[in-house]
Design a protein around this ligand. Structure first.
Ligand SMILES: CC(C)(COP(=O)(O)OP(=O)(O)OC[C@H]1O[C@@H](n2cnc3c(N)ncnc32)[C@H](O)[C@@H]1OP(=O)(O)O)[C@@H](O)C(=O)NCCC(=O)NCCS
Length: 165
């Protein structure tokens, strides 16, 4: 079985919405409107004639230091029947190739599956290191009292960020 990954189009919006919703316990919820607004920051994976996964990114500016903006990998989901076949990795690779073109200060992820990101060169960091994310994303979360009691693991990419690698 081979999968292909491509940038999302507006025709994919409802399928991405369904994928994120079906993984509500693992992913930050997103409205259909938010997905449409962010369609240029989303990718989809296709296999066996269906949409089987998605992934995207969000940019977090650093106050007073545009070059230090962090990019967060978000909304990574693969349909259960298609997991452990390398599709999640293909999706994150496509997102990272896109991100590399921006030359970000760092690439971060907040995840319940640290082994997955760990297999792609990410390493755990204290949540205090990604305050920009905590202020823009976690501050509006309704699942946990505060980011420090949330069981998600904060991770940062430790590899080199060369476009196309
Ligand atoms: C996490 C997720 C996206 C992984 O997708 P996937 O297509 O199964 O991932 P891959 O097959 O590309 O896995 C690559 C490597 O990551 C690691 N990995 C993936 N899923 C893992 C898991 N559940 N537990 C431990 N390690 C895992 C493995 O090292 C794997 O390589 P291997 O299969 O050769 O051992 C998928 O399980 C999923 O959709 N989960 C629900 C949503 C979620 O948790 N998203 C991530 C948070 S942003």
């Amino acid at each position: 079985m081979s999968a292909t990954v491509r940038p999302a189009t507006l025709k994919d919006a409802e399928r991405i919405y369904a994928l994120v919703r079906r993984n509500a316990d693992m992913l930050v919820p997103r409205s259909l409107g938010n997905i449409v607004e962010s369609i240029d920051r989303l990718f989809v994976a296709e296999a066996e004639g269906e949409t089987v996964g998605c992934a995207g990114y969000q940019i977090h500016p650093e106050i007073g230091d545009p070059e230090a903006a962090a990019v967060e990998i978000v909304s990574v989901a693969v349909k259960p029947l298609f997991r452990r076949r390398g599709i999640g990795r293909l999706l994150v690779k496509a997102v990272m190739d896109r991100i590399a073109a921006f030359r970000p200060g760092e690439i971060v992820a907040l995840t319940f599956t640290p082994e997955f990101f760990g297999s792609m060169g990410f390493a755990e960091i204290p949540k205090t290191k990604i305050m920009h994310k905590l202020y823009t994303g976690c501050i509006n979360c309704t699942k946990h009292d505060n980011p420090y009691t949330c069981p998600e693991t904060a991770m940062v990419y430790k590899g080199t960020m060369e476009e196309g690698k």
